[in-house]
Design a protein around this ligand. Sequence first.
Ligand SMILES: [Zn+2]
Length: 534
Amino acid sequence: MASLYLNRLNPEQRQQLIQQLHEAQHGHCFICEQDVDLVVHKDEIDIDHVVPLKVGGKDDPSNFALTHASCNRSKQASNLEVARVLQRFARLKEQLAEENRAPNLGDLLKREGGGNQALGFKLEGDEVVYSFSALGDNTLYRVPNYKDELSGFRYFFAKVPIEYLAHDARINPRAIGANISKLVEEFHQGRPQLHVPLAWIASTEGKSAIHIFDGQHKAAAQILLGVKRLPVRVFIDPDPETLITANTNAGTTLKQVAFDKSVQRHLGSTLYWDRIDRFQKETSRQEEDLSFSERDLVSYYKGQSREIKRYILDSVRDWVTSHPDNRLRDFIDFGGRGKERPLSYSTIDKTFYSFFIYQEVLETPINWRFEEGENARELEKSQILALMNLIADEIYVGKFDPEVGTDKIESRLQKGEDFAFPHLRAFRMSKEEILYNWLRYVQQIAKMYFISTGKPIVEEKLFQYHFPEQLWENIRHFVRNLAALPFWVNRDLSATAFGGKQVNNYWQTVFESGKTPQGVQVLAQPLNLIELIK
Ligand SMILES: [Zn+2]
């Protein structure tokens, strides 16, 4: 904002002010905290109000800060202290983007030195006694030990140094979302929010970190603003399954929080293993005893058959998605809003996972023919992963360039911009309605193979049958030959076939007839799967 004070300064006075601010800020930009070089950055330096004038900031040196001009232009809040905090968060986000993930409370705590201490405490009558000895505070704090009226869990309230706080990524696998910036602003203005996150502590080990599982965003906003002690409601030895279910329902049934689909899948998978665990205990089985079926689980947890079924399928999806050898993963956008990666998680869910995962529960024991490598679910998982890797190698790795990304590619093409062919092809083959069709041909090719060898199969369980080498060869040829068709890189089609979002049937018509429903010629001839697998 314009400053009368600054306008009145002559060049020498202004230079003097810049020198003073530069010294006071130890040579750092107020927003990005990187070096400001008064020579190198000479004409790219701003003086701005820390607190904007329109909200009562003073127009004098006590309220001035020195910034890079570019930082000031691109700041995310008009208050410079808030802008600086958000810039710190943006940097953390950038660092983690390389791992294809966004920061959670744990990352933030780690950056601030939190999460590395376990609290020593004991339960004494109706009180909880603890101290922060690791920080040199040996005071014995005594607080009431309450009982939650509805869940029956015991809990206490405490104001806890961040050193003792940890993030529970198992119960709450979400990342911190974009709405954090609004929360930071509200907290910064001193407007009270629900400051108190929910956490749990285990009494069995004698010492335990305090694991926050709910209220991550508000905790993060406070920590970003420099708060070093957080008020926390700490449950003592709660049932983890109840907490996971509560958190899953917050995203699904209650829709209180926006959950990414992949996060839901992950939670479902965690719940599946918890249910197996419980089933084993309650039926007096050993931990390694998996001689019961998915059907047995569904029958055992009466009244929850839909949930259990979902957890079973979620565990398959989550295994494939998060497998460390999954090479397609780098090309999947898990938030679904980015412009760097060509595939959204939702597309993966609606194609790979809905086509290739058997959607019903199995009657065979979970460990059935496991040793022989013929276990149905294991085969299904590993063959879906193998298919993803085959496709990643043929179409994406070293071909799709995340730096170029996906933003407005078709309209940029129409304006004459050029893209490397492999990049353009990968982008186009990834569109959901297109992938939907050609992945179904992979399904068809596998069926054709089994028919030609005379092997009887149940179509819905396709990926639960072992794929011989020859079938993998067929699939690889299909993907390679399909990708080699010239229409993928035909720029004239950006206004027609590839322009805008189409329905699945549109591309079915193209692949079956060579033409769009409007009669635009796309392929020289209809696809022929026999030709394509050669
Ligand atoms: Zn800067």
